[in-house]
Design a protein around this ligand. Structure first.
Ligand code: HSE
Length: 357
């Protein structure tokens, strides 16, 4: 299986270099952090029209636009950002940054360490709180004092919620989609199993593999496991049933093989382990007196939404957040399971417009 390569450093991305040390919640620090980000639209003179979009686990700063240099995939929320779109770039200044620990331009395990070698296993553990503090430095650099909205689904929803709790004076609107306030046993179980698959690949080499010979097989198994949690059993049954293809593979296995290969070509295994660990340790209530006490700090207008067929982030998890924030849970009806947050763009767009209009 071909190995992962980071996109060309060019493309539409820009970079912010934060001088170190950048202290980390779990101890230690990074000697400096590079943040890759993209923007669309113009910041208003009063700075009141900025919207931060938070990507999910294997996403990146490329919310909209074609694949190309610096972007291994086309925009993951195409149709939701642009002139006249829900995130109307004639009105809003839209920002999206690759997450701390990621592999599309922001500092992560595949980046060069100060000694010139790759960080690899030496990269320290990061939390969702650390990731949001890096984004706060980006907001400062962009001149954004307050976000009109912070918007995110899945892992992106965690960062959106952390923003609204950690910096309520900087977040006027919160869009929390298909996510949770604290990791569940089910999520930690599937994510640690995915990590085990990567670590079981002999190429993992304790996290210090050469980038041109990565543990692509282990990452592929991790993606197969993950992808099953991203889709609904009913959808898979309707699409594939027990069909065996001409090549002898079950159609569903062939579909998972395809997604495994695609991810292994576009994503770094070290980032995958690090980011799933940040999701495992996610608890908005840690050191804040619990989830409900933490959510009581939120002052933003909020839209809280979920997907009715999501078996990974079931609606009860969003209901807990909605109840704590005193807003109704908005359920998107979709056969696609968790991936409904990426695929149901009409329904997501309508809810975004509700928040922003
Ligand atoms: N398909 C999404 C699901 C995770 O929320 C991703 O790969 O990031």
């Amino acid at each position: 299986m071909a190995g992962w390569v980071e996109g060309d450093p060019g493309g539409d991305r820009r970079f912010l270099d934060l001088p170190g040390p950048f202290p980390l919640e779990r101890g230690g620090s990074l000697p400096g952090v590079r943040i890759a980000y993209e923007t669309w639209g113009e910041l208003a003179p009063d700075g009141g029209n900025a919207v931060l979009v938070e990507h999910a686990l294997t996403g990146d700063s490329h919310v909209v636009g074609a694949a190309g240099p610096g972007h291994p995939t086309a925009g993951w929320w195409a149709g939701l950002v642009g002139p006249g779109a829900a995130l109307d770039t004639d009105r809003f200044f839209v920002v999206c940054a690759n997450v701390l620990g990621g592999c599309q331009g922001t500092t992560g395990p595949s980046s060069a360490a100060p000694d010139g070698g790759r960080w690899g296993s030496r990269f320290p553990e990061v939390t969702v709180g650390d990731q949001v503090r890096a984004e706060a430095a980006l907001a400062d650099a962009l001149g954004v004092e307050r976000w009109a909205a912070v918007v995110g689904g899945s892992m992106g929803g965690m960062r959106a919620l952390e923003w609204a709790v950690a910096a309520p004076d900087r977040v006027d609107g919160l869009f929390f989609l298909a996510s949770a306030a604290v990791a569940s046993a089910d999520q930690i179980g599937t994510q640690t199993t995915q990590q085990a698959a990567i670590r079981a690949d002999p190429r993992w080499a304790g996290g210090d593999y050469p980038l041109d010979d990565p543990p692509a097989d282990g990452l592929g198994v991790a993606r197969r496991i993950a992808h099953l949690t991203y889709r609904s059993g009913l959808e898979l049954e309707a699409r594939f049933g027990s069909l065996v293809q001409d090549d002898g593979r079950y159609a569903v296995a062939s579909y998972l093989d395809h997604h495994a290969g695609k991810l292994a070509r576009r994503f770094d295994a070290g980032s995958y382990v690090l980011l799933t660990e940040a999701m495992n340790s996610w608890d908005v209530g840690r050191d804040r007196g619990g989830v409900e006490a933490a959510l009581a700090r939120v002052t933003a207008r909020a839209v809280v939404a979920g997907v009715d067929s999501d078996r990974l982030y079931p609606p009860a998890q969003q209901q807990r957040v909605a109840d704590a924030l005193g807003v109704p849970l908005r359920l998107i009806s979709s056969p696609y399971g968790h991936d409904g947050f990426l695929l149901e763009s009409d329904a997501v767009g309508a809810l975004l417009r509700e928040l922003l209009d």
